[in-house]
Ligand binder design. Structure first.
Ligand code: KIV
Length: 332
């Protein structure tokens, strides 16, 4: 039987490693290890933090060959160059992450929106580094292909670049994720640079930055006025120069987001930032209609899981109460 994305167990015997990028991008050799993938860093260009891998699995007995292209920061950069749009969604647990990965999502963000949709807080501020590590490690266990990026939570990086590095190192060591995300521009540049110096890829986040909600006082569209728009454009350049491999732009005018995406070489992923960017991200619970309390204009709901799940649970309760469940076939 053909097992898609499977890199474990007996398949190791039949695995060969194909370094598609090695020639053109100057990669070192790839290592084949019994435990999985060893990623070698590339030092030849300004994007030295970008890593690309392609794995070819030969299912010799079955005469089937399946190529699994693992998404890396470098792959995202190449996608921007080729004009291919990047798809990104949040996830916070193993089961959902597995579904997203098998569906072919490019990037999974373990967002601090877990504070809202998983823990029920009003803001993203209360979630802790330990909470984020728990969510991220669960997600990573469900993912074989997508790039997993983890939010550094509020209070673990602002104003202290050494603490930022320590937080990022904990995320990388304890979760197995591939990158971290930080909110902010020039004010966190030292933290970005210090994290980068340890070889940890950083995704930036500008525009509406929910960790600063008490400063903004509201979740309305950001950077509508000239002054804030100018600062945002400058910030994008500053964090790109500091080494960010991609930038999330949240809830800003589409034309401004398009200008930013044109002005930087790294991919720009929008949420409520229009279509002139390099990719899109949504919060999973919002787009699946699990969380129905949040309905901004930019949100497209692809399902109404709230009603579907509630309907199934109602059905179950009715069956239990009536004695309809379990049937004779469902007992030993
Ligand atoms: O925490 C989160 O889910 C995010 C996205 C909204 C980009 O940062």
């Amino acid at each position: 039987m053909f097992v898609p994305w499977s890199l474990t167990g007996d398949n190791h015997e039949n695995m060969s490693w194909h370094d598609e990028y090695a020639g053109s991008h100057g990669f070192d050799e790839y290592d084949k290890t019994a435990g999985g993938i060893k990623r070698n860093m590339h030092n030849g260009n300004p994007y030295s933090n970008f890593v690309a891998l392609q794995v070819t699995i030969n299912y010799e007995e079955m005469s089937v060959q399946k190529t699994v292209k693992i998404v890396t920061t470098h792959v995202l950069y190449e996608m921007k160059l080729k004009g291919e749009k990047i798809s990104m969604l949040t996830a916070y647990d193993y089961s959902m992450a597995r579904i997203l990965d098998e569906a072919g999502i490019d990037v999974i963000l373990v967002g601090d929106s877990a504070s809202n949709v998983m823990a029920g807080y009003d803001t993203t501020l209360p979630i802790t580094l330990d909470n984020m590590i728990y969510h991220a490690a669960s997600v990573v266990r469900g993912v074989k292909r997508a790039l997993v990026v983890v939010d550094l939570p509020f209070g673990t990086y602002q104003g202290n670049s050494r603490e930022a590095l320590a937080s990022a190192i904990r995320i990388m060591k304890e979760t197995g994720a591939s990158a971290v995300k930080l909110e902010g521009g020039r004010e966190i540049v030292e933290s970005i640079e210090r994290i980068m110096s340890a070889g940890i890829p950083v995704m930036g986040h500008l525009g509406l930055t929910p960790q600063s909600i008490h400063k903004f006082g509201t979740y309305v569209v950001r950077a509508r006025d000239e002054e804030e728009a100018r600062k945002l454009k400058e910030d994008a350049k500053i964090i790109e120069k500091a080494g960010c491999f991609a930038i999330v732009l949240e809830k800003i005018p589409a034309a401004l987001a398009g200008e930013v995406a044109e002005s930087v070489r790294v991919p720009v992923i929008g949420i409520g930032a229009g279509r002139q960017v390099d990719g899109q991200v949504l919060v999973l619970h919002d787009m699946l209609g699990i969380n129905m309390e949040f309905s901004p204009r930019f949100l497209r709901r692809y399902h109404n899981l709230y009603d579907e799940i509630k309907g199934a649970v109602n059905h179950y309760i009715t069956d239990v109460r009536s004695g309809e469940f379990p049937s004779e076939k469902e007992q030993y």
